[in-house]
Ligand binder design. Structure first.
Ligand SMILES: Nc1ncnc2c1ncn2[C@@H]1O[C@H](COP(=O)(O)OP(=O)(O)OP(=O)(O)O)[C@@H](O)[C@H]1O
Ligand SMILES: [Mg+2]
Length: 282
């Protein structure tokens, strides 16, 4: 288990100090206002309005091709909206890039670099090597992989590689961490372990989390709120107001999961349900 004291070291240029965290700073505030994304006349996101509060854990679900990855790419500044506005702590994602990290289904590690060097890739350039090393070691402890620092990626399991990718994302202490199906390639048991690890680092670090997943059980287990994307809009928003730890198999979670699945597979526009989810205009 990590604690803020483990991160104790002097600040590197470009990132905030790891000590003296302002407890009111829980992560980035995110706002999308009238966001549209078109590819060659194909409208993928359509006048999308969404706010994500600092420190929130938001999951995005929806059918394949509904625009989930597109939305994460816009949020992380890898692509720009065709129209509309995106603000992360008041900045455009491009301008606030230092504070945003994106994690994918594949760990995307450098095969020729040892684990510790892969984690250091997540730090801004510059600063004393010893300090960069200390930060990467702290991030590896955070994901419980300190003993693999000198290992090559090829010698790790799939779950361990994803933990290295998580450490690389965490090492710069981002204010917004976006996950695009990060556990999609893992076996069911490793997935559960990784879900717990993500919740643990979320408790210990100050970031806003946005998770895209096809696994509605996962979305309900981890998030404060789940949104269903459909036809480029937010078709349903469901608040998961159940404290952690959330017992797996809990009847309330199962009911919310059923509601979300119903919204994903409903025909046509926004869905109406007696289960209590917030209804959004279509
Ligand atoms: N660079 C691009 N050029 C053209 N079309 C694109 C581009 N990126 C995405 N699209 C299209 O946008 C739509 C949404 O794609 P996106 O990858 O966001 O879907 P998704 O919801 O993440 O799907 P999945 O669940 O399968 O990952 C798709 O129709 C896709 O073909
Ligand atoms: Mg996708």
């Amino acid at each position: 288990m990590s604690s803020p004291a483990r991160w104790k070291c002097a600040p590197l240029r470009g990132i905030r100090p790891m000590l003296d965290i302002d407890q009111s700073a829980l992560g980035a505030d995110v706002a999308l206002i009238g966001v549209e994304k078109r590819f060659d006349g194909n409208t993928v996101l359509s006048r999308l309005d969404l706010t994500i509060r600092a420190g929130e854990f938001l999951s995005i679900v929806g059918k394949s091709g509904c625009g989930k990855s597109t939305l994460l790419r816009l949020l992380s500044g890898l692509d720009q909206p065709s129209s509309g506005d995106i603000r992360v702590d008041g900045l455009t994602p491009e301008d606030g890039r230092e504070d945003i990290r994106l994690m994918f289904q594949e760990p995307r590690l450098l095969p020729w670099a040892r684990v510790i060097d892969n984690v250091m890739v997540g730090l801004p350039e510059g600063g004393p090597v010893a300090e960069r090393h200390a930060r990467a070691e702290a991030a590896l402890r955070e994901v419980q992989l300190a003993d693999k620092a000198a290992e090559w990626p090829a010698n790790l399991s799939g779950g361990q590689r994803q933990r290295v990718a998580l450490a690389r994302a965490l090492v710069s202490r981002p204010r917004l961490l976006a996950f695009d199906e990060p556990l999609g390639a893992l076996d069911a048991l490793t997935r559960l372990v990784m879900q717990d690890l993500i919740l643990q680092v979320k408790r210990e670090e100050a970031f806003t989390a946005v998770l895209v997943t096809h696994d509605v059980t996962e979305a309900v287990a981890l998030s404060d709120r789940v949104i269903v994307l459909d036809a480029g809009r937010v078709a349903r928003e469901v608040v998961i107001d159940i404290p952690h730890p959330r017992p797996r198999g809990d009847a309330r979670l199962a009911a919310l999961e059923a509601e979300i699945l119903g919204a994903i597979f409903a025909e046509g526009g926004p869905v109406r349900s007696a289960a209590g989810g917030t209804q959004l205009s279509g």
